[in-house]
Design a protein around this ligand. Structure first.
Ligand SMILES: [Mg+2]
Length: 339
């Protein structure tokens, strides 16, 4: 079976500027892969985050350099394939993820099975949250209106006006909130103060309150905080997990950080072993990336898979999202098509 691989860059635009503690963007360039056996096509996506690696142009160069090696990777032995991908692309886990996803999609299509079934998961998923990025206070009412169908909101904080943001949100909604600080609180005192008033705001958990390299402070915050703490910038890959015991209650796993579905599966297993709650998250991604992570959705306590519904121009159709309920299909592979 001879494989062929095509790639292109797609620009995806968000409905609102997507601002978090360290960055603000209105569009993202993602790399879309199509891996074909002549009959079936597997889709993959790399949505590289500048927090972790370089941009899409570097990914295109790597694809050109390594195309021949990629085309002979094993379709069925995913562990061997992932080892090879890590050797080939040690600095781009988004590219590893794109290729791993494309190979899995093609495998699913060849075998006629949806990936969730192949992974031993089910279609029973908890409700996903919808993200409200950092914004000027006068834009918050519009954002809360836009989020009206979604019962669970994830609020980005980590500014010098966090308290005002929360007040503006609470003036408009009493929904359950999750808070993601994206490493924005730099001292333990700031983090303790923030936690103290968030406890009174019907917040479910607090994600990455402090910089990843201040793990000792985060462990101290956890002793103090009634809110569960969830790692994100601290839980990049499999090998990070054991070191987070004592500092966090939960682990946010993302395909673009860990290198794809094969590694995410291993992270799920290891997180369970260490008794962490699992959250499955995403970058701003098309329905390819979101549909991929959704295949593992039933393994998670919390889902934050809204990257595609934040877009104005998702080029693909995959899993559904009806008011935060992710709908998995019985179509083979990822179940993704061009819109
Ligand atoms: Mg996060």
């Amino acid at each position: 079976m001879t494989l062929s691989l095509n790639w292109s860059i797609k620009r995806i635009t968000t409905k609102f500027e997507f601002k978090i503690a360290r960055s603000a963007e209105s569009y993202y360039d993602v790399v879309i892969l199509k891996l074909s056996d002549g009959i079936n096509t597997g889709y993959g996506e790399a949505a590289p985050s500048t927090r972790y690696e370089k941009g899409p142009e570097v990914i295109l160069k790597l694809l050109v350099q390594h195309k021949n090696q990629i085309l002979v990777l094993p379709l069925e032995d995913y562990e061997k394939r992932q080892d090879a991908l890590e050797q080939m692309f040690p600095d781009s886990y988004a590219l590893q993820a794109a290729l791993d996803i494309a190979f899995w999609d093609l495998y699913g299509k060849q075998t006629g099975k949806p990936l969730w079934q192949i992974f031993g998961a089910t279609k029973e998923l908890v409700t996903s949250s919808y993200t409200i990025g950092i914004s000027d206070l006068n834009v918050i009412p519009e954002k809360i209106r836009e989020a009206a169908p979604y019962p669970l909101l994830k609020i980005k904080l980590g500014t010098d006006y966090d308290y005002d943001i929360m007040q503006a949100i609470r003036a408009k909604t009493d929904k359950v909130l999750r808070v993601d600080v994206n490493e924005g609180w730099k001292t333990l005192d700031d983090a303790k103060r923030g936690t103290e008033w968030l406890v009174q705001e019907n917040v479910e958990f607090l994600e990455q309150p402090m910089p990843a390299d201040q793990l000792d402070d985060i462990a101290k915050l956890r002793e103090f905080s009634p809110l569960p703490l969830v790692a994100d910038e601290n839980s990049v890959r499999l090998e990070d997990i054991p070191g987070l015991v004592g500092a966090y209650d939960g682990i946010n796993i993302k395909l673009m950080k860990c290198g794809g579905l094969s590694n995410a599966l291993k992270m799920v297993e290891l997180s369970h072993k260490h008794q962490f709650d699992i959250m499955l998250g995403c970058m701003v991604e098309t329905s390819i990336g979101i549909s991929a992570m959704s295949q593992l959705g039933s393994f998670a306590r919390w889902l934050d898979l809204d990257g595609n519904v934040l877009l104005v121009n998702d080029p693909y159709i995959g899993v559904g999202n009806e008011a935060g309920e992710i709908i998995l299909h019985d179509k083979p592979g990822l179940g993704v098509e061009l819109r």
